[in-house]
Design a binder for this molecule. Sequence first.
Ligand SMILES: [Zn+2]
Length: 402
Amino acid sequence: MSLTFEINSRIGKARGGRLITPHAAIETPVFMPVGTVASVKGVPQDTLEELGAQIILGNTYHLYLRPGVDTVRKLGGLHGFMSWRRAILTDSGGFQVFSLNELRKVSEEGVTFRSHLDGSSHFFSPESAMEAQIGLGADIIMAFDECTEYPADQARMRASMEMTARWAARCEKYFDANKDRVPWRPSSAGGIGEGAGEQQVPRVARNDKDENVTQSLFGIVQGGMDRALRKESAERTIEIGFPGYAIGGLSVGEPRELTREIVASTLEHLPRDKPRYLMGVGTPEEIVEYASLGVDMMDCVQPTRAARHGLLFTSEGKVSIKQARYAQDAGPLDANCGCRVCNRYSRAYLRHLYASNEVLAQVLNTIHNLSFYLDTMRRVRHSISLGEESRFLSSVWSRPKP
Ligand SMILES: [Zn+2]
C-alpha cells in the first residue's frame, strides 16, 4: 500500500475522491502549491497548514543543484528537511531542463544541461532523475519526460512523444528496482523512528506496518497539440502501468482553447479509476473548469508568482494592488475572502507595502492568493459532493456577500 485512490462522488465528468499517500490523505480534486526549492516563496509551513494545503510540489532540478540530493536525503528527505508532515510531489526535472532552451542538449540517453546558478554542466537521464527523486523522498514522483515545445511539426511531436514513452519504461524499471531506498522507509538507515526524522513522519506511514510503503511513480502523457499522438502516448504509458497519470506539455505558449481541447480529449484515454494530474495550469477559472472535466490534481505557479507582482485573485476578478486608486481604500482586498490577510488589512495598506517594496507585501499577497486557490478548490469539492450538476460552476463562483 503506497497509494490508494477512491472516487466517492461524481458530477458529470468531475470526480470527488480521496488519494491516500504515505504522508497524508488528500481530498481531490486538489490544488498543489508550488514550493520550488523546498519553500513556497514567502509562506512558512505552519501557515500553509493553516491555509489547508494538503500536498505541495518540489522541483527536482532546483533541489538537485542546491542544496543537493545527498544533503536532503541525509536530513530525512524533503519531509524532514523542510519540516512538512503532509504530502509532497516532485517533478522529474524534465520541464525545468526543457525551459533552459539554449543550455541543454537532448539525446536518447538523456539531457545535458548547464546550471542556471554557476554554468556547470550536468546530465539527467531517466535513471538519474529517478535516483534524485528517490533521494528527495516525495510521496509522489514523476517520470522523466521530454516536454515538446510549441509550435512543433508533426514529425517532431511524434519523435518527442516516442522518446518520452521509452524514457517512461526506463523510469519505471529503475524505480521498481530502487524504490526501497526512499529516506523515510522503515528499513532504511536514518528513516522512520530514528532521530530527527521521527517528528516529521506521518501517521499513514507510521501506522502502516506494511514494509512495502514507499513512493509512487506517475507516468506523463505527452504528444504535443495532436490529439491522435496524445491518445497513442496515453496508451503506451498505460501499457507500462503506473498508479497515476499526468498530462504534461501544456501551458507552453499555446492558446487557452487548445489547452482545453487537448486536456479534454486526453482525459478520455486515461483510466477512470486512477488519479489524473494536469501539470502547470491555470487561472482560478481554469482550475475549476479542468476539475469539471475530470482532472484530480493540479499545480500552478500563478498564485505565488502573480502575488509577488502585486496581482491578486479575488471573487470579483483580478486586482492589481499597485494601482493608485487603492491608496486610500480602507476596504478589505476581497470582502468574500476569509483569509487572515482579508480579515485584517486594508487595500490601502497592501498597496503601501507593495509600493514600498516591503517583504511583507510578498508574504501577505501570496497568502491571500494561495488561500483563494485552495478555497476555490474546496468549493469545487463541496459542489461535487452535493451532486448538483447544473449548479456546479455557479455554486463555486457566486457567493452572497456577507
Ligand atoms: Zn484573502
